[in-house]
Design a protein around this ligand. Structure first.
Ligand SMILES: [Ca+2]
Ligand SMILES: [Ca+2]
Length: 391
């Protein structure tokens, strides 16, 4: 066990991170945490290239058709913004947008847009925004059927992508081309926060990993059955209640994909394809973002730190930003982070802050934009296009 000013490690894995206000005073010989980088310490100014007001604060951003970006808002409006273009509203749901996605569904030539709303609908739009189909998400027995989360999954291993929607009413649905349901998976009393597709068991068909608000990270087979039969509920009980995001990738390079999530216990959890916990790593507080990339597993915390963790749970670096993180996205050569005091910061793959800009309000969602820029949605309902120096 190693105790330092940064936290406690056992066998090289972080089990407890001290926050910015919690550095131990009795460890004067230990290295002090790195200071928060200030503008001017090699941090170049980024630019606000364009900004506009959305109908309401955004709840989600996502890649759209033909290089455009998609947005969904708290008031149920949704739309797209073309590269260097103005946002264009495509429609209006009756309640907030839970998630928005784009892809070539069922092997079609053209891309489609999917919009999941808390009004218990899934909208399927053509790339031009015209509505093609609307699916009423079936009511649950206790909770409303909010459409909270979306992903696309190759359920048959033939390259054709199916829409997968997670709901508030403890269900995940696979939607057919006619707007019916191929299957419905019941999470057993766990409202869904996130769904992510990936071939976990290596049979060429995608499974679905699911984040929930209540002590559970299930995985679903391509046929809608439970993939993990042996979930360690005691472990999830310690880690929960909320798992806001799940990611799938072979993070340790052993040829098998893992599910990576962060829990209310302030730990990054790595779960193998059989549902067995491989490791955990502390990030010191609840997570505001989780990104898998070639450099490692990046997680931003409400403490105001960004952590990069390797595939076996050892910390590579930790960068203090001095304000609670609210959004994290991968960009070419590193990461971009939005923090509560309104700054948006670019970090390189080594964790050094290279550029920043003041967005004027806390940034809630970030999306890498074509051409090196970033789209940022702020808490006060603006959408900004930002560019680091040299972009
Ligand atoms: Ca599979
Ligand atoms: Ca692996």
């Amino acid at each position: 066990m190693t105790v330092s000013a940064a936290g406690v490690e056992i066998d090289g894995r972080s089990v407890c991170e001290f926050g910015a206000e919690e550095a131990l005073s009795c460890l004067e010989a230990a290295p002090r945490p790195a200071p928060v980088p200030a503008h001017g310490d090699g941090v170049a100014p980024a630019k606000i290239v364009a900004q506009t007001s959305l109908p309401a604060p955004a709840t989600c951003l996502g890649p759209g058709p033909d290089g455009a970006a998609l947005f969904g808002c708290e008031d149920g409006s949704f739309g797209l913004v073309a590269a260097d273009g103005e946002p264009r509203e495509l429609g209006q749901a009756e309640d907030r947008i839970g998630d928005i996605a784009c892809g070539r569904l069922f092997g079609e030539e053209r891309e489609s847009i999917l919009v999941a709303s808390y009004d218990a609908t899934l909208r399927w739009l053509e790339a031009d925004g015209s509505e093609r189909l609307r699916v009423d998400l079936p009511p649950g027995t206790h909770m409303p059927s909010w459409g909270t989360s979306l992903c696309l999954a190759d359920l048959d291993g033939d390259g054709r992508l199916w829409p997968i929607v997670g709901t508030g009413s403890w269900t995940v649905h696979a939607v057919t081309p006619e707007g019916g349901l191929r299957w419905t998976f019941h999470t057993a009393a766990h409202t869904v926060t996130d769904v992510t597709a990936g071939d976990l068991n290596g049979d060429g068909r995608d499974e679905i990993a699911v984040g929930t608000v209540y002590y559970c990270v299930p995985a679903i087979t391509a046929d809608g059955e439970r993939l993990w039969e042996d979930e360690d509920y005691n472990d999830f009980w310690n880690a929960g209640p909320i798992f806001p995001s799940v990611r799938v990738g072979d993070v340790d390079g052993d040829g098998e994909r893992e599910v990576v999530t962060v829990g209310s216990d302030a730990l990054v959890h790595c779960i193998d394809r059989r549902g067995v916990k491989k490791w955990t790593c502390s990030i010191g507080d609840e997570a505001a973002g989780l990104v898998l990339s070639a450099a490692g597993i990046a997680a931003a915390s409400l403490t105001g730190d960004v952590h990069l963790v390797d595939g076996v749970g050892r910390r590579i670096w930790r960068t203090r930003l001095g304000s609670p993180c609210r959004a994290l996205a991968a960009v070419d050569g590193g990461y971009v982070v939005g923090v509560e005091d309104g700054r948006v910061l670019w970090l390189d793959e080594g964790g050094a802050v290279r550029a920043d800009v003041q967005a004027g309000a806390a940034c809630r969602h970030l999306l890498s934009a074509p051409g090196g820029g970033v789209l940022a949605a702020t808490a006060d309902g603006r959408l900004l296009r930002l560019e680091p120096p040299g972009a």
